[in-house]
Design a protein around this ligand. Structure first.
Ligand code: URA
Length: 472
């Protein structure tokens, strides 16, 4: 039996080096004992056999496996290193194992990867910095205390370094401390909770939080799933939550009693948005119009496919344009992007069947490659063509909220082509009423980098959760 002691800081690299070495030496998983941050590494396992000095074989690991396992090592499960090594060991003889979604070892590791990713996501959202005295270089200095579930400080710190590059900061956790000083990131051992000074901005932040809290939309389970209670104690705004929840019913009653008697602005806007001089047809009439228009389909385009779902509906979901499968089936969002939307919506507590789902552009635009019809991005003319139909759909659906997925939907509904990345997750007031912007599921599916894809998936889920909350 050989014992490997891994350090708390730089665990990923140490694990990777040790795993490579032992794989090349042919060390079986049973012959290795993985230890993490043992207090006295020299004494604790004295007498265990050291590995032979020279590897017998060079091992090349699939990139995807390296990426998965270097995340798994940040999990809190004491078994993680052994589980990761066992998987590598099996992978030597069967490289396709990394794609075997039914393999129990891979399922376990993917589960750990997901936990780590979610923990990193929560850390990015919930670390609260306090302003402390300026440093020697005159840069502003901040410190925050956080208690992560997994060992996510080290892999997440580069995100904070990019975001807060112009200041010095420190994130203290019981596990590891991340220090960003004059543009240099380093790590030190964890500490107990420091006594951080009061921050004047905190009161302001609390007031803002209380003001954006909508008592009519309180959904405690969705709220605690997004912002688990265990983080509350280190978030200054969270101290207001119990009072806000307790007073919600009373405030909703007061709001109803003092509601304006004029018709809502949105109703007026929808009316204005109707194609001039036209009576509002019912849905059957609109479908009949589409069927009539579909008698002549131009080259390079599919037929007009309208949305589906209840009319009226609280929520309207607007995508880009139908794809090849949607064109064949005559329904929106039934292909891979649709499946991803359905899956994420379920997780976010959003019922697709209760929403009206449609597209900004009504026809599949494609170019032929051999026998295949490949997606061709819509241009302004296509958006203009779709607008007539979309206006009618909105007028019939009268949604409380429109969810715009992707740049084309955002442009059609807000008139702005500004970068979606900066606007996603936010509600913009438009002629059609509030429009919540988010990424397009097909864009997420196409992201080649697994980490960026996972991050985009988290954002997408957050946005759908917000949509569910907004219409509840
Ligand atoms: N992508 C879209 O934007 N809409 C669909 O209906 C399918 C894929």
């Amino acid at each position: 039996m050989h014992t490997i002691n891994l350090p708390r800081i730089g665990t990923d690299k140490a694990w990777r080096d040790a795993a490579r070495l032992h794989l090349s030496l042919g060390s079986t998983p049973e012959s290795l004992l993985w230890q993490f941050d043992t207090p006295d590494q020299n004494d604790l396992f004295a007498g265990t056999a050291p590995p032979p000095a020279r590897p017998s074989q060079q091992i090349t690991l699939p990139k995807e496996a390296v990426s998965l396992l270097t995340k798994v090592v940040w999990h809190a499960d004491p078994e993680r290193f052994a589980a990761a090594y066992r998987f590598l060991w099996r992978l030597r003889d069967r490289s396709s194992l990394i794609r075997d979604s039914a393999d129990p070892d891979l399922i376990r590791l993917r589960g750990m990867e997901k936990n780590v990713r979610r923990c990193a996501h929560k850390m990015k959202a919930f670390v609260r910095f306090r302003d402390i005295a300026p440093g020697t270089q005159g840069r502003r200095r901040f410190a925050g205390w956080f208690e992560p579930t997994h060992h996510t400080v080290e892999p997440t710190a580069p995100f904070f370094a990019r975001r807060f590059a112009d200041m010095d900061w420190m994130i203290v956790t019981p596990d590891v401390t991340a220090i960003f000083d004059n543009g240099r990131l380093s790590f030190a051992p964890g500490q107990s909770k420091p006594d951080l000074p009061e921050d004047g901005a905190e009161e302001l932040w609390g007031t803002y939080f209380c003001n954006i809290f909508n008592p009519a939309r309180v959904k405690i389970s969705a709220m605690t799933s997004e912002m688990p209670r265990k983080y509350w104690k280190n978030m200054p705004e969270a101290r207001h939550i119990p009072d806000l929840i307790a007073g919600a019913e009373k405030r909703v009653k007061e709001m109803a009693e003092t509601a304006p008697t004029l018709p809502p602005l949105r109703a007026a806007a929808v009316k204005r948005s109707l194609p001039e001089g036209r009576d509002l047809p019912d849905r059957a009439a609109l479908l009949a119009k589409a069927a009539e228009a579909n008698k002549t389909v131009p080259d390079g385009y599919g037929r007009i496919i309208l949305g589906e779902g209840p009319c009226p509906a609280q929520l309207m979901v607007v995508g880009e344009q139908p794809g090849d499968m949607e064109d064949r089936e005559g329904r929106p969002f039934v292909g891979p992007a649709g499946q991803m939307f359905d899956q994420t919506a379920r997780r976010a507590g959003l019922d697709r069947d209760a929403a009206y789902v449609t597209n900004a552009v009504k026809r599949f635009r494609y170019t032929m490659r051999g026998k295949r019809r490949l997606h061709h991005p819509p241009d302004r003319g296509d958006i203009q063509h779709g607008k007539w139909w979309l206006d009618y759909e909105i007028a019939l659906t009268r949604p409380k909220l429109i969810l715009a997925m992707g740049g084309t939907a955002a442009e059609a509904l807000t008139g702005s082509r500004q970068g979606l990345m900066k606007r996603r997750g936010m509600v913009e007031e438009t002629l059609y009423g509030p429009v919540l912007l988010t990424l397009h599921p097909a864009y997420i599916l196409r992201l080649p980098d697994r980490d960026r894809q996972a991050e985009a998936q988290d954002w997408f889920r957050d946005d759908l959760t917000e949509a569910a909350r907004a219409i509840s």
